[in-house]
Design a protein around this ligand. Structure first.
Ligand code: MTE
Ligand code: HPA
Ligand code: MOS
Length: 749
């Protein structure tokens, strides 16, 4: 089945925030962000801005009726700066004017004087200053100290990954519309409508039932709108609350890049120990996460780094410690993979370095240590592993041995070009690591004409979740998908939702839809049984025809729906789903946090131009564990997009803050993202149907985040190509592997 949005997307007819027709009298906001990364506000003079043409009012923290606080995990993030600013771009004032141009012009007239305080941008410096967001956490399995003593090979080093700009095509924004009796409706580009509603209620000092957050779809979120869509929505709602007028703010790309947080950069230390047979016996890692100026989601991101610190490998003795370090950058946040990729990069670096030292290829160490069913992850859960089936199939399907020979031959024959190859196995846990978040609800209405309307807590952000929800309803009812309509995501239809995140949206909301549909269907079957004088258990519906013991009857879906209505049977239902069997004890750092894991293996081949340091990615060939895909088209899109996004992170996307904490890579001319010319020349995906039972909707495993981590393979393939040219190169493990770094590595002495 095609994505239900593909037709309107390609015609430009899909509705995003900026496509919502404006209500008469709408005003436009813009944020004045701190020009300094750290300091004490000495003076804030709004008079010239107030007098500026078209300005209606300027809001600061003093206008907040409730509390000036939007921190989700830790209450450390004021909506507006009061006397201290902690990052460049921190919101100080919200100008509301009769046009976007007037609001933007007024911002330039705001006068602020700030007494500078020390700016910290390096997480290791923050840790030395003991400036941590939350206490450090350690995951432990076995006894790594003792195990290192038995190792024949011990290797240590440093691995670093930079941040990543989400670059959703639709920037952050919201549109607040005052309703009667003090209620406010907010159209928000958010992955977390309930998060927006909850924080807005606290800031405005009103009950949540006054606030409808409504989302039709996002032009991408990638984690950047899980927590960070909230402030823009509240600015608009605050102004609407005071002015009783609709207020809209949709950020300019440069405002968005400057003021919002990104993927957390990490700087990490590793130590790995192996025996003579290349079994990894011990692994130690210390992660320094650059959290930025406030907690935001960083403590949860940190946790997932620890969960994925051994990637797809079984290591019997592990000690992994993670520090969430407070710096003067915009608060960093969720980004596809949610800390997992940062952890997985470090173990891959450790394996690569160990391989060099021992004189084998990383391939041998990786293959030897893949996790098997029954092996324990450092957090206590036992693996139901698909690691080996994925790995082995990738070797045979893509003829790894032949590729290896070809590359060796090419490298022997060429001086100015070198090829490199890598293997990248992945293993990603599905479920929010916070157990309570693993719940969802859906509201299903069957109308008397037989058509169906489905509302869920799921937010459509391009990942195709609405298509999957529609498939669930049409499959359970066994009706034409055209009979089902997906509703927008509103906090008035479905309450207390978790954000659409953790790749778990389709599983959680899909199961809620399934439950709701089954309940309606059960009632309709009773009606059918009564008409047909049989038992309800004998009734089924197939392709809109009522069957008794698998034999078709004269009764259609439409007839049965109408008949149920006439008999005063409810044709509406709210379904609730909570993932069973998951638990985690943070005091022991042990439990069974994930419903299941997703596995896969990518083989990456690259060619480096050894004169220029430039490179191209020849092929990424993937065997991916789908369980049983419920929508191969959508899942293919997710995998292709995830791989390219991961390659961008690993190769060209370079976030640069200067020492004053100012973002230098603040436009698309200074921040390079993958385009059609930089995607792999070949990108093949093998849909591996895996047989182990899982808790995914229709056994179709979550697919949103895992493929991003295939992109890590590109870093190591490039590094191998550099080493083929210059075996003595001391090129390290610092991503992204930009052409500059490749060039330095090629000619390093
Ligand atoms: N795909 C598109 N097109 N746009 C997005 O914003 N977000 C990613 C992934 N794929 C995203 C996407 C992230 S970060 C997550 S967590 C999942 O989709 C969320 O959706 P799911 O839970 O339905 O997989
Ligand atoms: N993944 C993504 N988003 C989240 C998570 C998670 O595990 N926990 C809280 N938000
Ligand atoms: Mo995705 S980072 O969980 O929004």
């Amino acid at each position: 089945m095609k994505n239900i949005d593909s037709y309107t997307h390609t015609r430009g007819e899909s509705i995003y925030l900026d496509d919502v027709p404006l209500t008469q009298g709408t005003l436009f906001g813009a944020i004045f962000g701190s020009p300094a990364a750290h300091g004490k506000i000495k003076k804030l003079d709004l008079s010239a801005a107030m007098a500026s043409e078209g300005v209606v009012r300027i809001f600061t923290w003093k206008d907040i009726p409730g509390v000036n606080q939007i921190g989700g995990i830790v209450p450390d993030e004021p909506l507006f700066a009061e006397d201290i600013v902690d990052f460049n771009g921190m919101p100080v004032a919200f100008v509301v004017a009769t046009s976007v141009e007037h609001a933007q012009a007024a911002i330039k007239k705001i006068i602020i004087e700030i007494d500078p305080l020390t700016v910290v941008t390096d997480p290791r410096v923050a840790r030395q200053n003991n400036s941590l967001i939350v206490p450090p956490r350690t995951f432990r399995l076995g006894d790594s100290d003792a195990a290192f003593k038995d190792c024949v090979h011990v290797v240590e080093g440093i691995a670093e990954t930079n941040g990543q700009e989400h670059l959703y095509i639709e920037t952050q924004g919201a549109y607040a519309l005052p309703q009667e009796h003090g209620a406010i409706k907010v159209i928000s580009s958010t992955q977390g409508p309930t998060a927006v509603q909850r924080h807005m209620a606290k800031v405005l000092g009103v009950p949540m039932h006054q606030l409808e957050i409504d989302v039709t779809r996002l032009g991408g979120g990638f984690g950047g709108k899980e927590d960070q869509a909230t402030s823009w929505a509240i600015f608009c709602a605050l102004a609407a609350y005071h002015l009783k007028k609709p207020v809209k703010y949709s950020l300019h790309r440069m405002e968005d890049m400057r003021m919002t947080g990104k993927r957390n950069p990490y700087s990490s230390d590793f130590r790995i120990g192996l025996d003579a047979e290349l079994n990894i016996l011990a692994y130690e890692a210390t992660f320094h996460q650059n959290a930025g100026a406030a907690a935001d989601l960083s403590p949860a991101v940190l946790e997932r780094t620890l969960f994925h610190c051994t990637n797809s490998y079984f290591i019997p003795n592990v000690t992994a410690t993670a520090y969430s370090c407070r710096t003067n950058l915009p608060p960093n946040t969720a980004f596809r993979g949610f800390g997992g990729p940062q952890g997985m990069f470090v173990i891959e670096a450790a394996i690569a370095k160990a391989a060099e030292k021992i004189g084998v290829s990383a391939f041998e160490i990786q293959q030897k240590n893949l996790i098997k069913s029954g092996d324990e992850f450092p957090y206590g859960q036992l693996a139901v592993s698909e690691a080996l089936p994925c790995w082995n199939r990738s070797l045979s399907l893509f003829d790894h041995a032949k590729k290896k020979k070809e590359i060796e031959k090419f490298n022997a024959e060429n001086i100015l070009y070198k090829k490199g190859m890598s293997m990248m196995p992945i293993c990603f846990g599905i479920s929010f690591t916070k157990i309570l978040m693993n719940q969802a609800r859906a509201l299903v209405h069957v109308y008397m004409d037989g058509s169906v309307n489905v509302s869920t807590g799921a937010v459509e952000m391009g990942q195709g979740v609405n298509t999957k929800m529609l498939q669930v309803a049409s499959t359970i009812f066994s009706i034409d998908p055209a009979k089902v309509k997906m509703n927008s995501t509103s906090t008035f239809r479905v309450a207390n939702t978790s954000p659409s995140a953790a790749s778990a949206t389709a599983d959680l909301n899909g199961k809620a839809v399934q439950i709701a549909c089954n309940n309606i269907l059960d009632r309709m079957k009773t009606v059918a049984a009564d008409i047909l004088k049989c038992s309800a258990t004998e009734v089924s519906i197939k392709n809109e025809i009522v069957h008794v013991n698998d034999a078709a009857t004269e009764i259609s879906w439409d007839f049965l729906v109408l008949e149920s209505y006439l008999r005063r049977i409810s044709l509406s239902e709210s379904g609730h789903y909570a993932t069973p069997d998951i638990h985690f004890d943070a005091s022991k750092e042990k439990g069974h946090p994930f419903a299941y894991h997703v596995y896969g293996t990518a083989i990456t081949e690259v060619t480096v131009d050894c004169l220029r340091g430039t490179y191209k990615i020849d092929a990424v060939n993937v065997v991916h564990d789908f369980g049983t895909t419920m929508n191969a088209l959508i899942d293919r899109g997710q995998i292709e997009g995830g791989i390219v996004q991961g390659i961008g992170w690993m190769t060209m996307e370079e976030i640069v803050y200067d020492e004053a904490g100012r973002l230098r890579s603040n436009t698309l001319s200074t921040y390079k993202v993958p385009d059609i010319y930089s995607v792999p020349q070949m990108l093949e995906i093998d849909f591996l149907e895996t047989k182990n039972d899982n808790l995914a909707i229709f056994r179709s495993k979550a697919v949103g985040e895992p493929p991003l981590m295939y992109g890590i393979g590109t870093f190591f393939a490039l590094r191998n190509a550099v080493k083929a040219f210059n075996p003595k190169s001391s090129i390290g493990f610092s991503a992204p592997m930009t052409p500059e770094k490749v060039l330095m590595g090629l000619y390093d002495k």
